[in-house]
Design a protein around this ligand. Structure first.
Ligand code: 0GZ
Length: 293
């Protein structure tokens, strides 16, 4: 683990391998974050981790190294509801990035319009107790009902609260994107209880998308993440128009098991063996959600 003199943590490798797999032209890393730079964009007073700076130059260099064309930058919890770091990164991308914000549910229409102008196309509701102090479902629903046209809601939760969240998720009136598939226990395999519950959610509506991300978080056996590949490949095969892929760089909170970004890219052909499915996963599906206009 790498900690600097201010106690700030580094959760990403400085030397990712070059992947063997070459993504198709126009491929999108649809789940990544930026941290800071903190001197310009300080972390939230409620942040549960204090990372070293991982700004847009680093993100875009990684994008190029891995063979990707665009990024979807998801506001990280350490920045709370201050989206300036995410917006600055999008502005710096020359049109090659869009984003997902975290907002105070009382946000006004003018502020939402400004976020749209800045490249935001969705908001994130985070239910992980280790990342946020509270997740008020009633307020979340209220703001979900007045989002700009074409936006969606990204939800991050763990598999053990899916059943409890179902009425809330069912009530969200815009498309949904589920972060990291709602963190199933991939050791249960493709037909385990967590995957069955997740499939039941997907089958309840045709506008629910999911990110086949984070083998490093979800597979306790570690690289090469065989349990992840086995559990997730059938999901991509059965819902080819609803899946997204991302690096999750700079891997918040993964300082004790930092993944190699090149190896993460090499997971793609294992979960989406067919080039047509890869194109949907990496280009068509994220383009529809983030670059419809
Ligand atoms: O599991 C996590 O620790 C995590 C944290 C964040 C965040 O802090 O926003 O985002 C993620 O996608 C995953």
């Amino acid at each position: 683990m790498s900690i600097d003199r201010e106690g700030r943590i580094r959760s990403w490798t400085l030397d990712p391998s070059r992947p063997r797999y070459a993504p198709p032209a126009g491929a999108i890393d649809a789940h990544c974050h930026v941290f800071g730079p903190a001197a310009q964009f300080p972390f939230s007073a409620k942040a549960k981790y204090l990372p070293q700076d991982a700004g847009p130059e680093m993100l875009f260099a990684l994008r190029d190294r891995l063979g990707f064309a665009r990024n979807v930058i998801v506001q990280a919890s350490c920045h709370g509801t201050d989206n300036r770091a995410t917006l600055a990164a999008i502005a710096q991308s020359g049109g090659a990035a869009r984003g997902v914000a975290v907002v105070d549910p009382a946000i006004g229409e003018g502020e939402l319009a400004a976020l749209h102008e800045g490249g935001i196309r969705g908001i994130r509701f985070n239910f992980l107790k280790r990342l946020v102090d509270d997740a008020p479902k009633d307020k979340f629903l209220e703001v979900a009902r007045r989002l700009p046209a074409g936006w969606h809601v990204v939800v991050y939760f763990e598999a053990d609260i899916l059943a409890e969240l179902r009425p809330f998720l069912d009530a969200i009136p815009v498309p949904l994107v589920i972060d990291h598939m709602g963190r199933p226990d991939v050791r249960q395999g493709p037909d385990g209880a967590d995957m069955r519950a997740f499939r039941a959610l997907l089958d309840s509506r045709d506008d629910i998308h999911f990110k086949v991300t984070c083998p490093d978080r979800l597979d306790p056996a570690g690289a090469p993440w065989d349990d992840f590949a086995r559990a997730v490949a059938p999901l991509v095969a059965d819902y080819p128009d609803r899946c997204l892929w991302g690096t999750d760089w700079p891997h918040p909170n993964m300082q004790d098991a930092i993944p190699d970004d090149g190896a993460l890219v090499d997971m793609i052909p294992r979960i989406a063996p067919d080039p047509a499915a890869q194109r949907k996963l990496l280009v068509d599906n994220p383009m529809r959600l983030y670059w419809a206009d």
